[in-house]
Design a protein around this ligand. Sequence first.
Ligand code: NAD
Length: 318
Amino acid sequence: MKQERIIVIGSNGQIGTELVTELRGIYGGGNVVATDIKEAPEEIRETGPFEFSNVLDKDNLKQIIEKYKPTQIYLLAALLSAVGEQKPKRAWELNMDGLINVLDFAIDYGISKVYWPSSIAVFGPNSPQFNTPQHCVMDPNTVYGISKLAGERWCEYYHLKYGLDVRSLRYPGLIGWKSAPGGGTTDYAVHIFHEALQNGKYECFLSENTELPMMHMSDAIKATIGIMDAPSEQVKIRSSYNVGAMSFTPKTLTAEINKHLPDFRISYKDNDPRQAIANSWPKSIDDSVARKDWGWKPEFDLAGLTKNMLDNLSVTTK
Ligand code: NAD
């Protein structure tokens, strides 16, 4: 296998902490450089190089690229959906300028592959809500969704115009037990497990029948490495691929948790601003194109995810 040198930008968030660990297992700790504006957790600091770096600071980014000479960059730094609505200009600046900086450096320094995640937030109220297809009307009405849709267009543009090998997935809500979520609309589906184990109750910020597409974090990591490893000719879509695993509502998730913790109770908060965001997103995703092109297949369904989260968190929260 060709030896890769990888820089992960935004390494200390929900996805980065798990992705860096996985990449270091594959390519060796010293070959995967974690970078972020905030301090790294122990598992990142102690298993390979870490650098403080702001993706918006081009001089600093350039120095890091010249120092480590990466063959691949994973760009994870972004402002997520709920926080983005509170700071729309800041979200646009980070999500757009950060991406363009990385795409430009990738061309200038001949970096062979770039990974950048998109989101189901690229869809909007006029997109089909059930089994939302790969190609359809896209009219996102959050600044996060607008920035992700524009980012997808930029990725495809750099591929078509400059031949850059850039790859992307539209993640649904991601649920894992190893790291905390960073301010998105689907965060409830992580918090609920912690609260169920610690307090036996949870007040949910989305209403009971709000259905959203979700995925276990280990499937998201598998999809990410899967698309990055796929032969170039199999990656036919250079904007971003739909990937799905399951869909559920707070009510159906609670019923599943109750199979393990019968006394757990959920209540619902009214008028949370995240409800409007959730209402504009798909309820389920058609990922048949990713399955056909490069063999995407998730492992976890709702029952498997619930058991996995409770089993692991009941050990770590003891
Ligand atoms: P997160 O908020 O948990 O982590 C983002 C990390 O980026 C943080 O550690 C933060 O400190 C860092 N960061 C912020 N500004 C930075 C800057 N200027 N320079 C360098 N680093 C900076 O986010 P996440 O959940 O890990 O998401 C990573 C990517 O995946 C984002 O692009 C997000 O939009 C996308 N995504 C996530 C989900 C999800 O459910 N987590 C779903 C869809 C898409």
